[in-house]
Design a protein around this ligand. Sequence first.
Ligand code: SF4
Length: 341
Amino acid sequence: MNEVPSANLNLPDPHEIRVGVGQLLTHLQRVGVEYLPAADPGRAEQWTTTLLASVAQPAPVAAEAASTAASATPEGLGQPAAAAPPATAPPVAAPAAPVAAPPAAAPPAAAPPQPAATPPTAAPQTPPPASRPQPAAAAPGPTIYRTASLPIADRQASLDHWRQQVAQCTLCHELACTRKQTVFGAGHAQARVVFFGEAPGADEDREGIPFVGRAGQLLTKIIEATKLSRDEVYIMNTLKCRPPGNRNPLPDELKNCRPFFEAQLEIIQPEYIVCLGLFAAQSLLQSAPSIGRMRGRFHNYHGSKVVVTYHPSYLLRNAKMKGAVWQDMQMMMRAMGTLPA
Ligand code: SF4
């Protein structure tokens, strides 16, 4: 806890008064009062000189002079002026208010992490991985996710929390009884791009990692074609459990699992979400058009730009559609600034 220096403003020695006032100003600045004239030595000196002149007068006049000095104090600086009592005042009365200042008024450097709205000098800057491209053209606008953007360590902790919740979930009785394990998601907690699939298949159910089978290998190639890597993006599905026989997810299952992917996206708050296949797009956007009608433009999810394209499994059966997916990826890359317009 910071000790407030004793100003001893009632002592007749001008030098001690000068030292005391200086210590008080320094302390107030240290605890966060940034509008003091400390950055303007001339004004501080002028104020101190005025105060010294006031205590050099006989006691009744000194009280009047101190009042004059208070009105000349820079705006918002009420406390030090009040600390200039008449010569007859008790020595401990003047600095009482600053002493009562709580330690919570700590220097800005010790303050807890602030949301992005904090001025840049005070906001914690979580540096992205050095290899991640940061084109100015892809800078995100104001987020409309419900919560403020988190530092990466907090994101990872939150994702770990939800991973545990998913692992214990049995809301969908059939899926909970037939799954080997849940498949939460994988990748960078501060990813610019989230690849959003439908549901785990047999390989994912066995590994506990999304997109690890043949379709996953193709997705890896698609990701790398966008000049990213799997470690730089985040990959997840709308459903966290494998439907038996890889059947389509049921409406109740999608509804049950929705809070989990919403929580993941709320934590990551990506700039881009790539919906892979119709179920992913319909689940995220809660709309029913076909893939063909949703492609070729950005959709919106809480401020994230949503790209709708074909699922890699579909591309394995219809190789001629790879060109369409590449067009969708190029649209995203141009927006990200990683491909010339
Ligand atoms: S699919 Fe989602 S909601 Fe259903 S049991 Fe699995 S984790 Fe729970």
